[in-house]
Design a protein around this ligand. Structure first.
Ligand SMILES: Nc1ncnc2c1ncn2[C@@H]1O[C@H](COP(=O)(O)OP(=O)(O)O)[C@@H](O)[C@H]1O
Ligand SMILES: [Mg+2]
Length: 450
């Protein structure tokens, strides 16, 4: 029997974000290719990241973490995303910025705890009894609304389902009838009815059913095999945090799919109960644990309390792999007077594999900008790219990349679809980089505020 995967899939529209060009680490037999997976250069770091991916996949990273260390704009976040892509959709990947733990409403350790638990997936296998078949006949019975005689309401239905093996007629109750109506089920559709909840799932139009339309967007599916009533395995992947929320609301798995009130803080006894339940499921073969990755960017924003919480969490058997990124050298650990490498306490540093990212050469910056231009559908002539590369190496890669979109707008305003050198000069003049804007404010402060 096939096992359909039901995952809580969110609608996603393609959005061009600053890392959307990254598809993977671009490795071949463990070696980094000059340009691959959307990445350019940074070969050693990419190969090291490849080793980490292997370790994670083989389950050998437990209790350990990774620190990506390097100057701003050297691809630390990009590498973390590439690692996530390499691990695949099935591995939960949660990203958090160090400063996000400081919330007015939730304790720092609670923010971290939730992030840690979001990064642990639980794949649940569930067998459910369903009715499956092509609808060959459907009659819905209506009756008068008890309080409103002018309104007709559905009270039940007679439905005939057909598989390749049999055809049967069922009387279904009000709840299932309402489901059939809201899902817009009609004769010729292939459906499932969950025997327990009465939930109806429309799989598509039967390729053998009557076709009402010449053109239709409905998915064509074959008439199912076997008997109408069957046990079917469903596989859901949820996170420990999802289970926490569900239990805190004392809801069902369905409330997870349909959403509900967000809990600000989850009581520890709820988490304990969830952990116990999950362990039972794992022991009985009903579920598997999928340890994911928690990525904490700008980790130097964490303070000593957060660090010790994190160190402790890494020891738990239900801990995700932790990837940290920092662009600080020796600096004070927040909340203390201790100076430490990257502002990270030594006991935590001891558990980390450190990957360094190096500044890019001009040629690499040029290649990265070319990839970004393509990603953002910006056409550019040679001179414009040269100037942008210059800006990228003198100012910053991020600043140069940021100028791409406005340069396209400037080019368009003079009726061209190709960015030229003068368009780049214009946007460079219009938009300041961080250094400029900070310097300007400092001068302003000095001349006006004193
Ligand atoms: N080696 C690379 N190949 C392709 N794009 C890169 C590479 N390194 C960085 N980038 C891109 O350059 C920009 C800045 O990199 P980022 O990862 O934000 O740097 P960091 O996190 O180290 O400050 C991002 O848009 C990133 O996707
Ligand atoms: Mg970053």
């Amino acid at each position: 029997m096939s096992s359909p995967t039901v995952s809580a899939e969110k609608e996603r529209f393609v959005r061009i974000s600053i890392h959307s060009h990254i598809k993977g680490l671009g490795l071949k037999d463990g070696k980094a290719v000059l340009k691959g997976g959307g990445l350019v250069g940074q070969l050693k770091a990419r190969e090291a990241a490849g080793v980490v991916v292997k370790l994670i996949k083989e389950g050998k990273m437990a209790g350990r973490g990774v620190l990506l260390a390097g100057p701003p704009g050297t691809g630390k976040t990009a590498l973390a995303i590439a690692i996530a892509k390499e691990l695949g959709e099935d591995t939960p990947f949660v990203a958090l910025s160090g400063s996000e733990i400081y919330s007015a409403e939730v304790k720092k350790t609670e923010v971290l705890m939730q992030a840690l638990r979001k990064a642990i997936g639980v794949r649940i296998h569930e067998f459910r009894r369903i009715y499956e078949g092509m609808v060959t006949k459907m009659d819905i019975r209506f009756d008068r609304h008890p309080y409103n005689p002018y309104q007709q309401i559905p009270v039940g239905a007679t439905i005939t389902l057909k598989t390749k093996a049999e055809e049967k007629t069922f009387q279904v109750d009000e709840g299932i009838t309402a489901e059939l109506l809201t899902k817009g089920v009609s004769e010729g559709d292939v459906i499932w009815i969950d025997s327990e909840t009465g939930k109806v799932t429309k799989l598509g139009r039967s390729s053998e059913g009557p076709s009402k339309y010449d053109i239709s967007s409905a998915r064509l599916v074959p008439v199912p095999d076997g008997s109408i009533v069957k046990e079917r395995e469903f596989v859901y992947t949820v996170s420990l945090h999802d289970l926490d929320l569900m239990n805190a609301r004392s809801g069902s798995l369905l409330s997870l799919l349909f959403g509900g009130r967000e809990e600000k803080e989850i009581p520890p006894e709820v988490r304990k109960r969830v952990d116990e339940t999950v362990r039972e499921w794992v022991d009985s073969g009903k579920a598997e644990i999928l340890p994911g990755v928690l990525f904490i960017d700008d980790v130097h924003m964490l303070d000593i309390e957060a660090y010790s919480f994190l160190s402790r969490a890494m020891e738990s058997d239900l801990a995700p792999i932790i990837i940290l990124a920092s662009n600080r050298g020796f600096t004070r650990i927040r909340g203390t007077d201790i100076i430490s490498p990257h502002g990270i306490p030594l006991d935590l540093l001891d558990r980390l594999l450190i990957i360094e990212t190096m500044p890019y050469t001009k040629e690499e910056i040029r290649e990265i900008l070319k990839i970004r231009a393509e990603e953002e559908s910006v056409k550019m002539d040679e001179e414009a790219l040269n100037l942008l590369t210059e800006i990228g190496s003198e100012r910053s890669l991020r600043y140069a990349a940021q100028l791409l979109a406005p340069a396209k707008v400037i080019a368009a305003s003079r009726g061209s679809n190709t960015v030229t050198k003068s368009d780049v000069e214009r946007v460079k003049d219009l938009f300041a980089d961080v250094r400029e804007s900070a310097k300007y404010l400092k001068e302003y402060e000095e001349s006006f505020l004193k």
